[in-house]
Design a binder for this molecule. Sequence first.
Ligand SMILES: *Cc1c(COP(=O)(O)O)cnc(C)c1O
Length: 769
Amino acid sequence: MNTEEILQIAIIDGTVHTDTPEGRAIQRIIVDLASYGIEVTTLASPEDARAALSNLPGVDCILINWNVGGGNHEKSETASRIIGEIRKRNEAVPIFLMGEPTSEPPTSLTIGMIREINEFIWVMEDTAEFIAGRITAAAKRYREQLLPPFFRELVNFSRDFEYSWHTPGHAGGTAFRKSPAGRAFHRFFGEQLFRSDLSISVGELGSLLDHSGPVGEAEKYAAKVFGADRTYFVTNGTSTSNKIVFFGRVTGGDIVLVDRNCHKSAEHSLTMTHAVPVYLVPTRNRYGIIGPIRPEEMTPDTIQAKIAASSLGKTAGSQIPVHAVITNSTYDGLCYDAAWVEGELGKSVDSIHFDEAWYGYARFNPLYRERFAMRDGAEHPDGPTVFATQSTHKLLAALSQASMIHVRNGRAPIEHARFNEAFMMHTSTSPLYTIIASCDVSAKMMDGASGRTLTGESIEEAIRFRRTMARIKREIGHGETEKDWWFGMWQPDAVTDPGTGAQVAFADAPVDLLVGTPSCWVLHPEEAWHGFSGLPDGYCMLDPIKVTVLMPGVNDDGSPAEWGVPAALVVKFLDTRGIVNEKSGDYNILFLFSMGVTKGKWGTLLTELFEFKRRFDENAPLEEVFPDLTEAYPDRYGGMTLSGLSAEMHAYMKDNRQGELLQEAYAALPQPVVTYAEAYRKLVRGEVEHVPVSGMANRIVATGVFPYPPGIPVLAPGEPAGDQDGPIIRYLLALQEFDARFPGFEHDIHGVENVNGEYRIYCIKEGTK
Ligand SMILES: *Cc1c(COP(=O)(O)O)cnc(C)c1O
């Protein structure tokens, strides 16, 4: 929103269009406002007002008549409700309450209501000019404070049209206009993008590397909003934020406790810092969903035992670990009791890094209280220093690559000046200001009431979808005939209302209960739905916005079912309908309900799931369902049906124990032979060779092997592949075989090159150790 844009006012009043003294008085105000160049929207009934609530973000001042909604007996009831609704979303927009001389002094005007309004005006007593002036002043003040620090200055600066003699060389977009392709580019993105693309030479905007000027102010503001001692904006994603945190805390030979379920950027950091990882191993459930690290993995005794047993640990400078990195929440939406994790790991390390790439919103909704890093009241001078890295672009509103590092200092503080060396080492000297501005705006959007409403809306939408799915399953999924099937949901079957102690089926649970009650989402040890054992009550919670839909195919004990529908087919089907999921496993698909979901968007997902079922049940020919597949592989898929392919794929996965092999491959953590850094040194020097998986027994891999999604290494660099009939090689061979049998459905495995159907992996040349 440009500060120069026309101011917008909304008037909520039933008399506005009437030929009455009040109606005429308000019309005079509207005329006066127009003479200031202000646009006025009138909403003549409470219904109009309520319908318009979601459009009110663009309004700079709201006038509301306390008699709106008619009859005296209702008086300010309606007005008060509307004001409450507005305030739930926006604490700052000025609200003027209008009265008339005929109204009694407002006895129905409660203290609560007075607190929510900014001014009180008597339309019949004060002059229209005076009232219009008050409104304009309030609207202007609001508009001025609306923009967060960096974005505000960027808007102001790009308005100045100065001649630049500095980079970027396109000089406000002018260079692009000199060629046809450049013109098309310029036209597509529009003037503002180019005029706001500035360089660090523009002193007025400050510097990201020095954290000075408006950039520095914006980071300070974000720190306040996100609850950190200090916040750093990062313009190259959390991939880089993670490296910065590592470089700020860890050097060669240091032992680091690493969640084996960590992002590739943490692995890269290990390579780059020459650190020695000791892994904390997460659980997995019967669906192959990766769970949390069990609490006993984090105790000082276990950690010491792991270090003592580590072949590389002995090469480390000290046996005392310096730092720990934990993924919170997990990819599938499991969030830890963060205070407990901090307390426990804090016994072993002085700093803890929560990778919250998918979880930047947690602070803004009470559903997640105690389950994220930057909690109010968590400061403790004797506690560990805590870092959180967040991909602002992933689940808040920001441009790709926007990320933040939040720091809360504890007993081993990392002063800014030292930490900033790591920051600068990984930051371009020409960061994109648009990304910085989007970090700034993201913080503003989460500040106050707006953060709670925005997060609340996506939680509520996710819950409505979940409940509807549970109801459909109850209705049609009882399995009496072949066609009585429906998708499952990875969620509790029933929840307890803490108020009454009563249990209700999830399908019948009130939305308010599910939206507002963390215990409904906690993984309770006595419940079977989540499939994890050995987790204490309250240790872990499922985030409702990370929605996992389950296909038939897995029995309750985790064994493969007689009948099933591999997720790969549903994913491909949805893809042909323009619905792209976040990730999938063998029999599960994850959908994210982010802030970008609109009300009822999930209705389309629901109808497409029905459509899949319909096509499946009617035995539709593949030529119709996946024409691209039958065209590309006519010999393989010609003449087949959707359910026929599904049966064949399920039988393959069942007979080859693909699910079990996955469990076994990940259960056996190999002992590394060389460090990441050493493995990488061999790679660069060419002391590696491509080895087919069929001949990889006991070879040491030079690059990690990461089956996607979500990309947890089955082998990390420097680890041996094990025996030829050991779990890791057998698992990889099973995937290779699957890819050969089902072209078009190949697995995506980073670190594996598929050469004519044969998986090859870089291993360290023997004799070069
Ligand atoms: C996506 C992701 C990252 C990297 O974030 P980018 O912003 O894409 O660079 C880091 N950690 C985790 C857990 C992630 O999922």
